[in-house]
Design a binder for this molecule. Structure first.
Ligand code: SF4
Length: 386
């Protein structure tokens, strides 16, 4: 029988597993702390754990790290790891150091089935969901590796901000995601603040609803277009969950969210979604129908990171500035994301890993890219949410 990977468990799951071994919950807490707080992978190291439990675990359980294929360090301090997850699939994890915090960008799937046009992962297609253990192992590796590398003092942590913005749509891997989030938040695990764990979604509305109840953390939504006809083309999931539904779901999420705003991500694509008119349409969108149901939000404008198959170009700096000004003048906090790790292809939207595509995404994405001149009217066939 395959040994159980203890990284697959949040604390309640580990307590249930230990109970099955005839052990009390406090033993599970000790074990959990050894694994996540001290980075131990060897039961013999766990000196305060009862010898009887260590004997039971030996052979029956493991703490399974991901197998690292490569590590690249950018001149700006960004580090990208490529991990082998078997069967020809590999996923990427990125550490982004900033003055006031260390952010880890984690992958949730090998590839992604959503197929956003501007996203390198989307063009790779989809292979499979990662397990909870494979999601948590990215944080486990990064935190404990960086503590040594950065020579941090005992009690200092390397990562205090996690964004589920790597490869994959996390809300399409919900069952594995939630225990992973709980492990990140648990005081006996990584003890991260709910405000500093962000799930980024392209808009899986039913799962936004569930997350609100099960494990509310900060929410970022990949918007990228102010109307349905354009978003249908850039983010195909929009055909299933159009903007009006998505915005209503965001408004409801805020009832339980640890932050009082939603972050909207907006990738700036030259000649596609980057005019002042698009920005004004966005303002109307987040104001809600007849400005009755506004969604408190911030915009994060992302300079597109071009890759050959996309057929898209990055918006010029002046265009991004003009777009941001329309939003800012209306009182909406708007930032332009600094590109980090460009030199190692670790910037947003560049993560591609290696994926055995089982969805033929590339075939779907070879259709010509929409340009403004060809764009449909901004009045949606479903009725513009603005
Ligand atoms: S942007 Fe996110 S949801 Fe869209 S294809 Fe890329 S990884 Fe998937």
């Amino acid at each position: 029988m395959n040994p159980v990977n203890l990284l697959d468990f949040d604390l309640d799951g580990l307590a249930a597993y230990c109970e099955g071994l005839g052990e009390k919950r406090f033993r599970a807490v000790q074990l959990f702390r050894w694994i996540h707080q001290k980075g131990a992978a060897d039961f013999t190291q766990m000196s305060d754990l009862a010898k009887s439990l260590r004997d039971k675990l030996a052979g029956a359980a493991v703490i399974r790290p991901l197998s690292m294929l490569s590590e690249q360090a950018s001149a700006d301090g960004t580090i990208k790891w490529l991990f082998d997850v078997g069967a020809g699939d590999a996923v990427e994890t990125v550490f982004i150091p900033e003055d006031d915090r260390g952010t880890l960008c984690i992958s949730s799937q090998a590839g992604c089935a959503v197929g956003c046009r501007f996203c390198s992962t989307g063009h790779q297609g989809f292979s499979r969901n990662l397990s909870t253990g494979e999601i948590v192992a990215q944080l486990w590796h990064a935190e404990h590796h960086l503590r040594q590398r950065l020579k941090l003092a005992a009690g200092e942590r390397a990562i205090d901000n996690v964004v589920m913005m790597g490869m994959g749509e996390p809300l399409q891997n919900y069952a594995a995601l939630v225990p992973a989030l709980r492990t990140m938040l648990d005081d006996h695990g990584y003890g991260l603040s709910r405000r500093r764990v962000t799930v980024s979604t392209s808009g899986v509305v039913p799962m936004i609803e569930r997350l609100r109840t099960d494990c509310p953390v900060a929410l970022a939504v990949s918007l990228h277009a102010p109307n349905d006809p354009l978003r249908d083309q850039l983010v195909p999931l929009n055909k299933k969950y159009p903007l009006a539904e998505l915005l209503a779901s965001c408004a409801r999420y805020l009832d339980a969210a640890p932050r009082d705003f939603i972050t909207f991500e907006y990738c700036m694509l030259d000649g596609v979604n980057d005019t002042p008119e698009h920005a004004r349409e966005l303002l109307a969108l987040v104001a809600g129908p007849r400005a009755a149901h506004p969604v408190p939000c911030k915009f994060n404008l992302i300079p597109f990171n071009p890759f050959p198959a996309s057929g898209l170009k990055r918006s010029a700096r002046e265009r991004v500035t003009a777009f941001a000004k329309v939003l800012q003048d209306a009182g909406v906090v708007t930032t332009v994301r600094k590109t980090r790790g460009d030199d190692i292809d670790a910037a947003c939207g560049q993560l591609a890993g290696e994926v055995q595509d089982r969805t033929r995404a590339n075939e779907r994405l070879t259709r010509p890219v929409i340009r403004i001149a060809e764009a449909p009217s901004t009045t949606s066939k479903r009725g513009s949410p603005s």
